[in-house]
Design a protein around this ligand. Structure first.
Ligand code: ZN
Length: 340
């Protein structure tokens, strides 16, 4: 079978390798058809000094495919069924796992495609408990955006920030994979959505997705515009994944008692915050990483009802690196998916 492997920092090789053994008890074998790209893949490709991993490593953290074979004792799937896979090798038996808080697993073996061999290969064996069926009507291309992009947004908005109908939310980087998903999910429950983008072409696209107000952060200060749009009250929720210098601006956008949820720091991981502002304004700040199995099921269900991912580009397996470059480019609007 084919496997796309990282052999050194910034060096990928598409190699022929023997396929996996027959699936063991409790496992399924999956024929992978689509891999969604995320910033996690960019970090993995560049190399991170602190990441505990061994090269060569099969890349790909977010994927969809179909069941190729069943191990003993697996009755909930059938061959040919469309599925997605959880992006981390959780233990399945710690307190967090058994309570459905999978992304807080106490014995997690690592993230697929980052610490452990991932999904950019023709066949993979997975524990059946980490596999989720794809509902009818959802394409494998779209489903490949559920385990990380949609799942992360679902967990951020609804488990952490507890976003409710009628609230106002500021979504940062509305053209990103998770930004586009956040706009669509928030609009679907009847929120007012303010979003930031870096150019006017993206502003038009964000409006077409349903955003009520779009701010070009290159030409306007987003905190000033947001306060004006909310009659100086501020928003209920800020959806953050940028960090850096904009983080304090995001706090200024919150109303008293508002919630900020963050899952990223693409513009820089270190900020200084004013603690007096934090406690006097009674802000709630949530760090969010990954999602639960339930978030993936809910994401796929939403896709089946029409809340589908925005796809920017589809590339072939051999063009994975070009897909990463597209993800990093300023033109990207939505998800980049690798098909094979
Ligand atoms: Zn666990």
């Amino acid at each position: 079978m084919r496997a796309l492997t990282l052999v050194a920092d910034r060096k990928l090789e598409l190699v022929e390798t023997p396929g996996p053994a027959a699936p063991a008890d409790g496992e399924v074998q999956i024929r992978v058809h689509a891999v969604g790209l995320n910033h996690l893949d960019v970090w993995g490709f560049r190399g991170m000094a602190f990441a505990k991993r061994k090269l060569p490593l099969v890349v790909g953290a977010e994927a969809a495919g179909e069941i190729a074979a069943l191990g003993a004792g697996v009755t909930q799937f059938k061959p040919g069924q469309k599925v997605v896979m959880y992006g981390a090798m959780t233990c399945g038996h710690c307190a967090a796992c058994t309570q459905g808080r999978d992304n807080l697993c106490e014995n997690v073996g690592g993230i697929m495609g980052f610490h452990l061999d991932g999904f950019a290969r023709d066949l993979v064996n997975m524990p059946a408990r980490l596999v989720v069926p794809v509902p009818d009507g959802v394409s494998l291309r779209d489903a490949a955006c559920a385990p990380i992009a949609f799942g992360t947004v679902e967990h951020m908005l609804f488990d952490n920030a507890k976003l409710k109908s009628g609230e106002t939310i500021l979504v940062h980087a509305g053209g990103s994979g998770i930004g586009t998903a956040a706009i669509k999910m928030a609009k679907a429950i009847g929120c007012t959505v303010i979003t930031t983008v870096g150019d006017d072409a993206k502003a038009e696209k964000a409006k077409a997705l349903g955003a009520d107000h779009v701010i070009n952060y290159k030409t306007d200060r987003f905190e000033g515009v947001t306060r004006k749009l909310t009659a100086k009250k501020g928003v209920d929720v800020v959806f953050e994944h940028v960090g850096g210098e904009g983080f304090n601006g995001s706090l200024l956008c919150l109303k008293r008692g508002g919630r900020l949820v963050t899952c990223g720091s693409t513009a820089g991981p270190t900020v200084t915050i004013n603690l007096m502002q934090l406690f006097q304004q009674q802000y709630k700040i949530f760090g969010s990483f990954g999602c639960s199995m339930r978030n993936i099921r809910d994401s796929l269900f939403k896709m089946a009802t029409g809340i589908t991912p925005v796809i920017d580009t589809e590339v072939a397996l051999a063009d994975f690196e070009r897909g990463l470059a597209r993800l990093e480019s300023r033109q990207v609007f939505g998800k980049v998916v690798v098909n094979f």
